[in-house]
Ligand binder design. Structure first.
Ligand code: ADP
Length: 385
């Protein structure tokens, strides 16, 4: 095998039920050798029957780009796993026992963990290198008990592992560090509120590098308004919908996960399309935008109180990194709290981490691109040495 360890890439896989995202990259430099997405896995009329076929399709595409996968000196494969439940607060090298445990956690993440298991199984067959699971929940294992505990009977909670787990942890952790790097301040000095706004959306409060609050909970449904998820609703809504609309629990779960959020309010789940409708003066789009902004402000206020003040407010992910109008609306009217953006800085387009508050502002407002694949690759490389 040629070259030093640093020349050996990590393959990062993110297996969904019908999709497989991949990236082949060097964790030290962040250099991406290849990336892509295989879709429609297992769907009728698709050539890609299962995750093993998806890996073959990935290999073909790489060959197309001049990369012969079997000749690549792979260091390891890093797998994104959504739910680590109460067991996993760190990345782990995957063996049969770990895989069984991830499978057993499917009750907590029925949409996500089974797909990850299938993806891991196929990848272990295909690549004889260490495989590492990196959990979306892990970063939030530091939540203090008062933040992670739901006020439901303790015996029921204990029996069924009911607590607030939080998700997007890999992103929040990466962005917390990247923000400290941007500001050239130690992570340990900062109180941060991080807004991860993509298709899925979550907020976190981070004190000295440790997450102390986050908006997602037992499942990724809680918290902010998302592309197709409702975020917070009255928990009484479930019983009400069952009684009044005659919906089954599975139907209610589906409505709140797949037909709510931006989609439910405006008819589109993509934020760019929402902005176009907004510009065209559509009332539904206006309301959707306002509800999104209101909910985000609600969490900023809560996290300011929990942290006892904030040093930096960070926007990340597709919407947070790109939507000038959303960042402007979220920060509007918060001057008394020390939060304000410079109009020109907010409007400047960039792919780089950057400060958008005026010089000397009490709270730094920053846009910091997330990079979950790089974070997974680094955690994988750290673990396998
Ligand atoms: P995921 O949660 O799937 O990783 P992303 O972080 O990629 O999602 O975010 C996707 C969202 O970002 C979509 O709603 C998309 O419309 C939005 N988005 C991407 N680019 C822009 C842009 N230039 N302006 C506004 N929204 C954008």
């Amino acid at each position: 095998m040629s070259g030093s360890t640093n020349d050996r890439p990590v393959l990062v896989l993110n297996a969904g039920s019908s999709s497989l995202k991949y990236q082949l990259l060097l964790p030290e430099t962040g250099e991406v050798r290849a990336r892509g997405l295989v879709e429609r896995i297992g769907e009728s009329g698709s050539d890609v029957a299962d995750h093993a076929a998806a890996l073959r399709s990935m290999a073909e595409r790489l060959r197309h780009d001049g990369i012969v996968l079997d000749e690549v000196p792979l260091r390891a494969v890093g797998h994104r796993v959504v739910h680590g439940g109460p067991d996993f607060s760190e990345p782990v090298v995957i063996d049969d026992a770990v895989l069984d445990r991830i499978r057993e956690l499917s009750g907590l993440a029925p949409l996500h963990n089974p797909a990850a298991v299938t993806g891991i199984e196929a990848a272990r067959e295909r690549f004889d290198v260490p495989h590492v699971a990196v959990f979306d929940t892990a970063y939030f294992s530091s939540l203090p008990a008062e933040a992670s505990t739901y006020a439901v009977p303790r015996d029921l909670a204990a029996k069924h592992s009911i607590r607030r787990y939080g998700f997007h942890g890999t992103s929040h952790q990466y962005v917390a560090q990247a923000t400290a790097d941007l500001l050239d301040r130690p992570l340990g000095d900062l109180r941060q509120v991080i807004l991860h706004l993509g298709n899925g959306c979550s907020a976190s409060a981070v004190r000295h590098g440790l997450a102390v609050e986050t908006s997602m909970g037992l499942t990724p449904l809680q918290g902010l308004v998302m592309g197709t998820r409702s975020g917070d609703v009255d928990p009484g809504l479930h019983a009400y919908l069952a009684r009044e609309a005659g919906l089954s629990l599975d139907e209610i779960d589906m409505v709140l996960n797949k037909r709510s959020g931006l989609l439910g309010l405006s008819g589109v789940n993509d934020f760019r399309q929402l902005e176009q409708r907004l510009a065209a003066g559509e009332a539904d789009a206006r309301l959707a935008f306002d509800v999104v902004v209101h909910r985000i402000k609600h969490y900023i206020g809560a996290y300011l109180a929990i942290l006892g003040g904030v040093d930096v407010l960070v926007f990340t992910a597709g919407v947070g990194e790109n939507s000038i109008s959303l960042r402007a609306a979220v920060t509007e009217g918060l001057e008394e709290l020390g939060i304000t953006v410079d109009r020109a800085r907010n409007a400047a387009r960039s792919q780089q981490a950057r400060v958008i508050s005026p010089d000397g502002a009490r709270v730094v407002v920053a846009v910091v691109p997330t990079n979950e694949e790089l974070a997974i690759a680094r955690q994988t490389a750290d673990l396998v040495g």
